[in-house]
Design a protein around this ligand. Structure first.
Ligand code: TMP
Length: 210
């Protein structure tokens, strides 16, 4: 099987991490060679960038620096891990990818989707996901979850306005790039969310085979 790149996207608190893990179990059961990874991070250089960018002490960080750090982490991730795994024919399950930067930095930080896409295009060359599972959940719900979460990081600590802008950013992106995106209703019980995610992946596998 040729490699398959699947990104899981959505606001903070939409349940991506849980589903990523369960999808990993699904691939394991099916004996499909895969890797699970995340952004920012995924490599040792990327994890150092993650610490830097999410550190709540870094209150002086400018939006451009933030966008470039995410893109740098992503560039290293593609170079060191994602592109080689795809070349070996593996499934790559990645929690967050370029859409996060377009929504959080492009719209949330008001840097512009086009501008943030340009630095990411430079960083990742042409490695884009075959499928983006977007975990849709009303910001009201996630914001409530977020504010009750202990030890929130620098981005999670941003106010409701910021997270509402991010949500609107995602909605705009879904309209701009409808091709590879599947919307998952993340308000449903976890089993339903998992089953819908698996169905989207299986549909893609079938269409690739056919
Ligand atoms: P995580 O909590 O999902 O691991 O992500 C860390 C935070 O970083 C989260 O609040 C979303 C944010 N983020 C961006 O702002 N831009 C990006 O490109 C990525 C990958 C994450």
């Amino acid at each position: 099987m040729a490699g398959l790149f699947i990104a899981l996207e959505g606001p903070d608190g939409s349940g991506k991490s849980t589903i990523t893990k369960l999808l990993g179990d699904y691939f394991k059961d099916k004996d499909i060679d895969h890797i699970i990874t995340r952004e920012p991070g995924g490599t040792s250089i990327g994890e150092k960038i993650r610490e830097l960018v999410l550190d709540t002490n870094n209150t002086e960080m400018g939006p451009e620096t933030e966008a470039l750090l995410y893109a740098a982490s992503r560039g290293q991730h593609v170079h060191e891990k994602i592109a080689p795994a795809l070349k070996e024919g593996k499934v790559v399950l990645c929690e967050r990818f370029v859409f996060s930067s377009l929504a959080y930095q492009g719209v949330g930080r008001d840097l512009g989707i086009k501008e943030v896409k340009a630095i990411n295009d430079f960083a990742i060359k042409d490695i884009y996901p075959d499928l983006i599972l977007f975990f849709h959940i009303d910001p009201e719900v996630t914001l409530k979850r977020k504010t009750t979460k202990y030890g929130a990081d620098r981005l999670e600590k941003e106010g409701n306005d910021f997270h509402n802008r991010v949500y609107n950013g995602y909605m705009e992106l879904i309209k701009m790039y409808p091709k590879n995106i599947k919307i998952i209703d993340a308000t449903k019980p976890i089993n339903d969310v998992l089953n819908q995610s698996i169905k989207e992946i299986e549909d893609l596998l079938i269409s690739k085979e056919g």
